[in-house]
Design a protein around this ligand. Sequence first.
Ligand code: GDP
Length: 547
Amino acid sequence: MSSQTVEEQISPEQIRHEVARRRNMAIISHPDAGKSTLTEKLLLYGGAIQQAGSVRARRAQRGVVSDSMKIEQERGISITSAVMTFEYDEKRINITDCPGHADFGEDTYRTLAAVDNAIMLIDAAKGLEPQTKKLFEICRMRKLPTFTFVNKLDRPAMNPFEICDQIEAQFELPCYPVVWPIGDGDRFKGVYERATRSVHLFERGERGKKAEEVHVIPFNDDSVAELLGDELHAQLLEDVEILDTMGNEYDYDLIMAGELTPMFFGSAMSNFGVELFLKMFLEMGRCPPAKKSNTGLVDPDAKLFTGQVFKLQANMDPKHRDRLAFVRVFSGVFEKGMKVSNARIPGKSIALTRPQSLFAADRYTVETAFAGDVIGLNNPGVFAIGDTLCGDSSKKLSYPGIPSFSPELFAYIKNPNPSAYKNFRKGLNQLLDEGAVQMLRAKGDQGNEDPIMAAVGQLQFEVVQRRLKDEYNVDSKLEPMGYNVARWVTGPGDPWEALEGCGRLFNVFYAKDQWGRPVCLFKNEWSLNAVIQDHPNLEVAPWSFAP
Ligand code: GDP
């Protein structure tokens, strides 16, 4: 038997090949826009699942094995991000599932830090919804290539130009329709593909049947007018004319910079437009790119394994009390059993013995992984969000941390039952480790006072309380604080000295984060602005990176 490691056996050409065929995406949307349905249909094309309905069935199943996720079942929302992998046309596609609820902003943010492309799913009848707006903003901030899929064209829909206008007006994000819908509701006939100037007409099959029949016909073919009917044909001619003369031009570089969103239209439920979208995404989507580190750019096809922890999850299966750390691979070859260093804990080498990949609820052991993949590692408490893992401890390489959302809700969390003190602490620490919420303390607190939970949305509090009860069997009480805006003080110079230099700030609560850094809580934006005006030199930020 060869004593070579897998890493040594794999040639640089193989690594390049593996990286080049990888595409990953997170599908983000307002709840009910059809994310589960679209995911299912995509998996169907990869043959990853045998029948539609499985993603939801798996979610339901997961609910059964993991009663810690009761809230998820009750509200029908997805709290945890799972990763699904499938192969299509010799490409390997990783879909990271994002929670779609506003209250899980933090988790969504971290998931977006681990993917190379975002798919924004919009309900054609509703256009931009509040949650979609926030998510679009995050994608822009991260300069993520963002593809827009307008769904449910089989139902009465808004005018597609109006949907484009909304995106352009509200985000200053220009759209480039790659396809254009022909009709909507009962008259939805298919889409026009601009690059090939052809129409894809779909024949409705029975509901739930795998793929619908699709006919692709050149736009200038004589039969098109007859097939569409006069009205739809005239409408399409007019629309195409407008798109070609007044629409944005296709610009690949702008798409890669997240400054132009390619738009697709279809119906996930009737499985129309999904395969065309998948094909175009594989062509246009970003491959795993080089990643900035403290020592410069790291190439995805470099030999050295590097990755970053972007999500922690405890008790996915309460029977085993397990903890998983999800790692996005940024370069090199990951192999089962390899030893890595964690940039945060110098000098300690960690053997990754039970790496797992996740297909929704199912886990299977991963032998190798490449840039663009996500692996789940057992976490006996050695990994934190943002940790950089590296196959060579002499390298001292680390990736920039993953920022948190700026919290907007603050509450003391209290233990009403003194005899449960130990479990209360343990549960709280573990959930805080996971990043389920952030924890602050009053400035002078030496650890004896009640901690302050800081959340983006109310549901985050509920999840923490519920999980404390279900997983650690402890009760908790919340005492809301009347503050709604947080700012980390970052300078100039030593942040505590900078803050003290301002004198006593009126109506401001002085807190510190888990690393002892100053955080000011304000009643509202107005109160924040007053402080900024009075102290123009004070440097503040709405969120912070782990040090
Ligand atoms: P999620 O909350 O975003 O995951 O949304 P789901 O995939 O669960 O879909 C929400 C509802 O919209 C379900 O009742 C779906 O059957 C329905 N739905 C999804 N896609 C379509 C579509 O293309 N057309 C129609 N008419 N309904 C759809």
